[in-house]
Design a protein. Structure first.
Length: 442
């Protein structure tokens, strides 16, 4: 029976209408691609991921190049099947995030890009440098105890979830009553495990807070990847790198990790907000991370529009890294081959990370208007107020409403990059004493 039978029916409530809309949206992306072409695509991706691994190990893009050429050609055809109004890349963006377009992303990028490049250069020229906090290796059991302490305080309910060790940090959400966090750790660097678990913990709190009334529908899940990722970034970065957060956890931290006894609150705060441009996206600091995404977005958009060729990617990649970040890859492994996304067919996916960073700080600003400064909230351990606001405006609705609908209802405006710019400028001016230098020169 066609979903059109149910679409717009006078007796439909908002949940039913949302279910019908979701079914129709999914069916469009499935039904418009000829079956034999989709089968060929699946076979291509299966091989391409293996070849990408081989190429990365050998640091030789030419091994992977013919497979990526086929993937790009495939998505150019898919864009035509799915349809678009202005730009073929719109079709791929829209597949991953409803209503996201080149026009929207370009507008966001235009406001962010110059700021990020300029502000990063200003910080790198700063003469303020503090040596990072150094610790001896910390065994996994003590790190896990710290994670659980932090997650319990943040509001993750262990009666409805757990934390396990795995190769790649993620969450497995079976229902709001069964949300499992998977995390990894390094004995030599406890920060990696902490920030991964904060990110996945935020996503887990989201999943645990979805209304149980939505169980049995297609809507008992996060509204979109961009929104779920925004929540993860809010807990990982906005909360987890806040001075008030570390002020609250500092005594607990020293009890669980006595090796930190000699590190002051200011030492830790500056260490977790240390900026150092990296060639590897996954190692990037909070400020420069978005530049990694902008580079990938610009390259993808030009590939799908035929303005560049796949064979041009290594040189263009290196050129953009030198121009935007001031560093240049010396080989393909640390350059164009570092991400699996293209090999796995995730073209049009990277900009969601960019959108999520903006959304995280916009949500933060709305919470602060109601409850006051995050610095004060976090220093006092008032995580319940943050969770309550997010549950009331975002979490409980699951996938009933779209990313745009939820953001505009919660924050009273469309996505606005100025919140992200203001957040980064305020925090890193403080960390790197930029305002003090300006005042000294007056």
């Amino acid at each position: 029976m066609s979903s059109n039978f149910f679409d717009g029916h006078k007796e439909n409530d908002v949940v039913t209408e949302s279910m019908v809309k979701r079914i129709k949206r999914n069916s469009v992306y499935v039904s418009k691609i000829p079956e034999e072409e989709y089968q060929a695509y699946i076979e291509l991706i299966a091989v391409a991921e293996q070849v990408w691994e081989e190429a990365k190990d050998a640091s030789d893009f030419k091994i992977f190049q013919p497979y990526l050429e086929s993937i790009v050609e495939t998505f150019i055809r898919f864009a035509e099947y799915w349809g678009y109004e202005e730009d073929p890349y719109d079709a791929l963006l829209g597949y991953h995030e409803e209503n996201l377009t080149v026009r929207k992303v370009d507008a966001l990028t235009a406001e962010m890009k110059n700021f990020l490049i300029g502000f990063n250069r200003e910080i790198q020229k700063s003469d303020f440098r503090r040596k990072p906090v150094k610790l001896p290796p910390i065994e996994g059991s003590r790190q896990q105890a710290l994670w659980k302490s932090m997650l319990s305080e943040l509001g993750f309910r262990f009666s409805a979830g757990r934390v396990d060790i795995g190769a790649h940090p993620t969450i497995l959400a079976n229902s709001p009553a069964d949300v499992r966090i998977v995390n990894s750790y390094h004995e030599e660097d406890i920060k990696a495990g902490i920030f991964n678990v904060l990110h996945e913990g935020g996503r887990g709190i989201y999943q645990q807070s979805i209304s149980k009334e939505l169980l049995g529908t297609f809507l008992a899940e996060a509204s979109s990847f961009a929104l779920e990722e925004a929540v993860g970034r809010l807990y990982e970065n906005v909360i987890g790198r806040n001075k008030g957060f570390w002020s609250y956890f500092h005594p607990k931290l020293k009890r669980l990790i006595p090796e930190l006894e000699m590190a002051s609150l200011q030492d830790i705060y500056e260490d977790v907000n240390r900026l150092q441009p990296s060639l590897i996206r996954l190692d990037a600091d909070e400020l420069t991370y978005t530049l990694h995404i902008i580079i990938r977005y610009e390259l993808e958009k030009d590939l799908i529009n035929g303005r560049i060729k796949v064979c041009d990617l290594p040189a263009l990649w290196n050129e953009k890294y030198e121009k935007y970040l001031g560093i240049k890859p010396t080989n393909d492994r640390e350059g164009v081959l570092q991400d699996i996304h293209w090999a796995a067919g995730y073209i049009g996916y990277f900009p969601l990370y960019f959108v999520s960073n903006i959304a995280a700080t916009q949500l933060t600003a709305s919470i602060e208007r109601e409850y006051g400064s995050f610095d004060v909230l976090l220093a006092g351990g008032h995580f319940d107020q943050i969770n309550h606001w997010l549950a009331e405006h975002i979490f409980q609705y699951g996938a009933v409403y779209s990313f745009d609908q939820l953001m505009e209802a919660a924050t009273k405006e469309p996505l606005n990059p100025q919140y992200y710019i203001d957040y980064l400028r305020k925090k890193y001016s403080e960390v790197y004493k930029l305002n003090l230098k300006e005042k000294a020169n007056e």
